[in-house]
Design a protein around this ligand. Structure first.
Ligand code: TNX
Length: 531
């Protein structure tokens, strides 16, 4: 194996040793003296991987996929490995047109998937990909790891899906356990079909959590059997006066299963005690004065509150969270808790105490927006931080104290990861209350050292929310998410030492043909060297 020196910009990508293995790479291009404004040379497939893997060793000739290629799945996890193999086959057949039959085990050439429970360094989601003339071997401790390996394999092939997987070994595992994206289907309603499309787009970049904001002032989007008017009446509207809509339980289950097959956990959010006008409009009895307000189609926040002093409110909370918990295999249940500006602080704390207890009773772990830090987060509750550079030191200190007390944080800084923030003044969809968020700003920060007093070990991960007050179509959704959500994917997965804007911007540019081939609308940010 020939090991050459990398250009500086790519050096950081591989300067790791995180997995204890040796780290090296064949260089794609000449010397280090190239002026910065030279057009970037093409990246090798290993160099172009996004998110950047923990370690790569390029070595020798690779494996050419062809009409005879077979996908071999080892036994394990009750056929789950086979299912991962089938899904990979489907993903590879799409562009390549190759038959790629999936067979049980056996020796021989091809793409081999196998579980190795003793592959200690790989963790719960890591994997090893070894490629040589005789085939490509994917190894992981879990089916999730094999799925991620398959996504890396896809990126190592040309966009056409036909060609050669370069020879070498990728050994990889994530930096953070929680790598999420959120969609708001309450302000503008979106179908399960659209969200599934997003799941596919995200899972290929190793995002593993989909948070769905199911309820808000403008719409209640999930059927609840014990309170049917929530969806039927409370769901029949949206921002701007459109018809809205809701998901049936069957549709929600279908999404959860679809995401689960791609190792994406769904985190449902029922936002309380504020952001509840759709519920108050559906049931007069939920209101302190017994009168239902009109449905709401505007974009103001903070004006609605559940009636904290009424026992009926807690029957509602119990019924709703019970039904949602029963639909959701994942461990987390998000109960909102943000912007409860119409709920006095003491009432807010009292309400959140009871709501959190309900979540615990249904066997789930609470997630809430970081405002819960000002009340009494339950043991183990996860706080989702959505502050920004202008958030007061006092508020940040409260969040840091909660982290110190053992509450894991999911970081969603609004001026970094809010996908509904405009890129620049000329961006048509979206808002700008946290400022513009160019592609570089979304990527160029360190989640492990973001909040003063919060060590990396207190950070469960990162999440990019897409609010939809000002996002109305699939094209607008994709334009706002892409390419910024790829930055989120890399921040969540790649080792800190690999994070480097210049190197990243080139990896991102290399993804453009893949995004195009998938029909994804994306913003050609001027700071990215698109070819
Ligand atoms: C703040 S983030 C909100 C949402 C809005 C969003 C718009 C959060 C917890 N609350 O209600 O949709 O800003 O960017």
């Amino acid at each position: 194996m020939r090991v050459l020196r990398l250009r500086r910009t790519l050096g950081t990508l591989l300067a790791l040793g995180v997995l204890g293995g040796s780290v090296s790479c064949t260089a794609a291009h000449g010397d280090d003296a190239r002026p910065a404004d030279d057009p970037p040379a093409a990246l090798t497939p290993f160099e172009a991987l996004l998110p950047a893997p923990a370690s790569v060793r390029a070595a020798g000739p690779g494996y050419a996929l062809g009409p005879g290629t077979v996908i071999r799945t080892g036994a394990g996890r009750d056929g789950e490995v086979r299912r991962v193999g089938e899904l990979l086959a489907q993903q590879l057949r799409g562009p390549s047109g190759l038959p790629l039959p999936v067979v049980d085990g056996g020796r021989g050439d091809g793409i081999r998937l196998g579980i190795d429970e003793d592959a200690a360094g790989l963790g719960d989601e890591g994997y090893r990909l070894e490629s040589g003339p005789g085939g490509v071997t994917l190894t992981a401790r879990t089916p999730a790891g094999l799925f991620h390996a398959g996504q890396t394999l896809r990126q190592l092939l040309p966009v056409t899906g036909r060609g050669t997987v370069p020879g070498g070994t990728v050994t990889d595992r994530p930096r953070f356990r929680y790598r999420g994206a959120m969609v708001d289907i309450a302000r503008h309603f979106f179908s399960v079909e659209q969200v599934k499309r997003y799941v596919d787009q995200l899972a290929q970049y190793k995002v593993n959590t989909l948070h769905v904001h199911l309820t808000d002032d403008q719409g209640w989007r999930i059927a609840i059997d014990s309170w049917p008017r929530l969806a039927e009446y409370g769901g029949a509207g949206e921002v701007g006066g459109g018809p809205g809509g809701h998901w049936t339980k069957e549709e929600y289950r279908d999404l959860v299963a679809y995401a689960g097959e791609r190792y994406v956990d769904v985190v449902p959010e029922i936002d309380m005690p504020g952001h509840v006008n759709a519920a108050l409009a559906s049931y007069a009895e939920l209101n302190c004065d017994g009168k239902a307000p009109a449905r709401y189609t505007g974009v103001k926040v903070g004006f609605s509150s559940l009636c904290v002093g009424k026992e009926r409110t807690y029957e509602f909370v119990d019924d709703v969270l019970g039904e949602i918990a029963a639909l959701t295999p994942g461990r987390y249940l998000h109960i909102g808790g943000d912007e409860a500006h119409s709920t006095p602080a003491a009432d807010y704390a009292a309400f959140m105490d009871r709501a959190q207890a309900v979540v615990g009773r249904y066997g789930k772990t609470v997630v809430a927006w970081h405002q819960l830090a000002a009340a009494r987060p339950a043991p183990g509750a996860v706080l989702q931080y959505w502050g920004h550079d202008r958030t007061t030191a006092a508020e940040k200190t409260k969040v840091a104290a909660a982290a110190k007390a053992g509450h894991p944080l999911v970081l969603s800084p609004a001026d970094r990861l809010y996908l509904d923030m405009k890129y620049e003044a000329a961006t048509k969809p979206g808002l700008a209350w946290a400022g513009y968020v160019p592609v570089k700003r979304a990527y160029d920060w360190n989640p492990g050292a973001y909040l003063a007093g919060v060590p990396e070990s207190a950070v469960l991960g990162v999440e990019a929310p897409l609010w939809t007050e000002a996002v109305t179509t699939r094209a607008e959704w994709e334009l706002m998410a892409f390419p910024r959500v790829l930055g989120l994917a890399e921040l969540g997965w790649s080792p800190a030492a690999a994070l480097d804007w210049t190197a990243y911007s080139r990896r991102l540019a290399a993804q453009a043909p893949r995004l195009e081939a998938q029909g994804i609308t994306f913003y050609r940010a001027p700071e990215v060297p698109w070819s």
